[in-house]
Write a protein that binds this ligand. Structure first.
Ligand code: MN
Length: 244
């Protein structure tokens, strides 16, 4: 019995090796797992469930084959793919998960997040995020023709790259006080998130007791995942991504 966590695959057409690694991961490690949690930035970009690219179809089918066996699949939005909707989820047999969400991980209440909301020092980004998550903006955006949406997504990506370039490293990471604050707000001693691409296991103190923050890595060079089983501490694992 295991539960797996992954995030930040950033699946896109230009990285068929990452898609292949994911399909391998599904066929090997995820088979027989009890639950698979995908904690955001699964796709590099998402402009609506009606796009149906071959990559999206292939991924939905593969997920569906796993979720129709015994593995429950959960999907959380990231800052890249926050427009993934119910249609893609039903095609994949995945369940959309709120950010944040508290789950019972074999007896340990565990907080799951994508991680972008923890980066409170990045004030620009937090303002931008509020706009992007506005339901009215999203509804209006999703009504626009696909070609329009593709163009807007490209522009947003360029803007994001330009913005990120000049920022200090510390601004791009989580704020420690915010980590402690959310852990105390949800009364948990364990947090799992991605987003920062800084895979690590951090020991800290929250609620006046020892606590742990597990950070998933992105899949650019390695396959990163967290594996959890009853009577075992969750473990951060990696494997080199087979490039070709
Ligand atoms: Mn992210």
């Amino acid at each position: 019995m295991t539960t797996l966590f992954i995030s930040d695959l950033h699946l896109e057409e230009s990285r068929p090796d990452v898609t292949r690694a994911f399909l391998d991961f599904l066929a090997s490690r995820a088979r027989g797992a009890e639950r698979l949690y995908i904690l955001g930035d699964f796709f590099e970009a998402w402009i609506g469930d009606d796009e149906h690219t071959p990559l999206q179809n292939q991924v939905a089918e593969a997920l569906n084959s796993v979720s129709s066996s015994d593995t429950r699949v959960f999907l959380m939005h990231g800052n890249r793919d926050f427009l993934i909707g119910e249609d893609f989820c039903s095609r994949s047999g995945a369940q959309l998960l709120d950010d944040p969400a508290v789950i019972d991980l074999y007896g340990s209440p565990t907080l799951l997040m994508h991680g972008d909301t923890l980066c409170t020092a990045d004030v620009d980004y937090q303002k931008f995020r509020i706009n992007m998550r506005n339901p009215q903006w999203q509804a209006a955006f999703l009504k626009r023709p696909l070609a329009d949406r593709q163009m807007v997504a490209r522009q947003l990506r360029e803007m994001s790259m330009a913005r990120t370039k000049g920022k200090r490293e510390s601004i791009m990471d989580v704020t420690q006080e915010e980590v402690v604050r959310v852990m105390e707000e949800h009364n948990v001693q364990q947090l799992i998130h991605g987003h920062t691409h800084r895979p690590a296991v951090h020991e800290l103190e929250a609620n006046g007791r020892p606590a742990k923050r597990l950070v998933l890595g992105d899949w650019a060079e390695n396959v990163w995942w967290i594996e959890s089983a009853p009577d075992r501490e969750p473990e951060l694992k990696k494997e080199p991504l087979q490039t070709s």
